[in-house]
Ligand binder design. Structure first.
Ligand code: MG
Ligand code: MG
Ligand code: MG
Length: 307
């Protein structure tokens, strides 16, 4: 039996991370690569991803807690701060991603990065060009991941290729109305009921190093903002707690309303950096940014620019 190669997405895995790991393991098998490729996860599934896997008949990937001494393929991320424990002692053999690159490697590897709406788009194109057929379920999870990451094509990160691959996957998966299916997927994680403020903030939370400053940015996507607005004080208190406990300079929660196409930012720490980055006034630790939906394109670069 050949050595295991684990395929992992980022911490606080989202639908793109999990579905891309599953689909890439499947691709390796179908395209005839030798090796024992295992889809893995480095955290708990969110309700949206659980809904998607259940809908298309997949089990959750195995949990991998430490990468030290293991062969690993990274999907949907490349940075150590977002990756597995033991990253520096792991052998990273490939990367497939659509994020900014903050990666070092001492030998040549297969590194596929493109500024597309999702990792799943890259994988969908790989399947279309390299395999005879695509399993209905694989097409379904790739479609779901594209819709999730592009916020049903509303995010500024969306490209024509994302839409094209999504439509092809929808056809194979037998999904007629792509947009309403997308809203259905997003709704699965939209409810905050029964979740503590901490669970909400950490459901999709990423750490960044901006010029030596530690910044954490969480994001939730909702189809209705009322629940989040009602709990605003609770979220802000929790952000402050996270800032102190984690020694952050700035902690942000983006509450992105996918119907209104805007984000409510709740912040703790260096709020003046938020004001500078977005040329907007932060009042009571909160500011609304119209048309801002993408953390990666509309928040991270702007914030990094003021550090
Ligand atoms: Mg992701
Ligand atoms: Mg992604
Ligand atoms: Mg995401």
């Amino acid at each position: 039996m050949s050595e295991e190669v684990y395929i992992i997405g980022h911490m606080n895995p989202d639908t793109d991370s999990i579905c891309s790991a599953i689909a890439y393991a499947e691709f390796k098998k179908q395209a005839g690569f030798s090796g024992n490729y295992i889809a893995a996860r480095i955290g708990e599934l969110n309700p949206e991803t659980a809904y998607v896997l259940n809908r298309f008949g997949f089990r959750e990937p195995v949990l991998l807690e430490d990468g030290a001494g293991k062969k690993i393929i990274l999907v949907d991320h490349n940075e150590e701060s977002q990756s597995i424990e033991g990253y520096s002692e792991a052998e990273i053999v490939e990367v497939i991603d659509h994020h900014k690159i903050n990666f070092r490697c001492s030998k040549p590897i297969f590194y596929h990065n493109e500024p597309l709406g999702s990792t799943a788009t890259i994988l969908g194109e790989m399947f279309l060009s390299r395999t005879e057929r695509i399993d209905k379920g694989v097409a379904g999870i790739l479609l779901s991941a594209i819709l999730s990451d592009t916020v049903v094509f509303k995010s500024v990160t969306t490209t024509d290729r994302d839409i094209e691959v999504a439509n092809k996957m929808a056809e194979i998966a037998g999904i007629d109305d792509v947009k309403s299916f997308g809203i259905e997927v997003k709704k699965a994680k939209s409810s905050l009921k029964g979740l503590s403020a901490k669970d909400v903030i950490f459901s999709d939370f990423k750490d960044f190093d901006f010029n030596g400053r530690k910044v954490g940015i969480g994001q939730i996507e909702v189809v209705d903002s009322r629940e989040a607005v009602d709990r605003r004080m609770e979220f802000i208190d929790e952000l402050e707690k996270i800032r102190l406990e984690g020694d952050y300079d700035l902690v942000v929660l983006m509450v992105t309303n996918i119907m209104e196409e805007g984000s409510d930012l709740m912040v703790a720490g260096l709020t003046e950096r938020i004001e500078k980055a977005f040329k907007a006034k932060v009042e009571n630790n909160r500011v609304y940014l119209k048309d801002v939906m993408s953390r990666k394109k509309q928040v991270v670069p702007q914030l990094e620019g003021v550090f």
